[in-house]
Design a protein around this ligand. Sequence first.
Ligand code: P6P
Length: 316
Amino acid sequence: MTSLADWLAGQSVDPKLASTVASMAAASVEIAGVLRQAAIKGQVVLASGTNVQGEQQKALDVISNDIVLKHLRENAAVSILISEELEEAVHLSNDGKYIIATDPLDGSSNLDVNVTVGTIFSVLDAGKGMLQPGSAQLAAAYTAYGPATNLVLTFGTSVAVFTLDDVGVFQLTDDEVEVPPATSEFAINTARERFWDEATTTYVRENVVGESGRAGKRYNMRWVGSMVADVHRILMRGGIFLYPLDSETVTKGGRLRLLYEANPMAMLIETAGGRSTTGKQGILDVVPTAIHQRVPVILGSAEEVQRVEQLYSTSG
Ligand code: P6P
């Protein structure tokens, strides 16, 4: 087996970039341990307050953010942290080379029902500022806390999967992930149908009519409600994830965040041969205007995303 440390040492990337990824991986190993023991230690998922021992409680997403901060403060290569849990960016080092944008615990509302959640992060060149398009990312990754703990990582040329072993070391288990170009599985929250635009409505309707529909095949639907879980399934066996702009999310620009959800996931999917779009443009081409900006997200198997792009292009 090849450990993450040995694999990173063999990559042709700046050693400080490799160490930045290693710090985030170490944070995710610690977060995995916290999540496994949370119920036993009386840590509830979202509430704050005091536990049965009268100790001050923090929600697990705040605890996860604290763990990320601790690990990044120990790495002088990191200049700035942008986190879903923090309104403002945190300045960590005057001569750091990199910016980390992260959702420390995405999907945390699923924790109380023991569904896979994750840590998502993106690495940017600090010299270019915080508001860079996703195409400028130097690395993207997530850790999925599921039956196995998987770190899925790319520097832009290939996508590698690491699995946490029984002594807390990430071991390489797949070094050439490729998203199948075709699929018969789509992921969307169908409870939002009444808010959908014409392109989304047409696309889903064509899928659910099965073999007699435009796609000419039967589809299955999956919606975990945890982006890391849905995207990991799509990376591993194909599919399409849709959180499109709809009549309710339009006022905020979408549901999911650009810098630390859409961009890293789009980089992973596109590096693995898939496609991503907001419906109007490639996700990685969006120039951010704010660190917590939201965008519509459609990504996954290339042929499927192209069908959706075509529907958007003809629906005006
Ligand atoms: P909905 C989790 O809160 C999250 O940010 C993503 O992980 C997930 O894909 C999405 O929101 C689920 O949204 O509207 O279906 O609850």
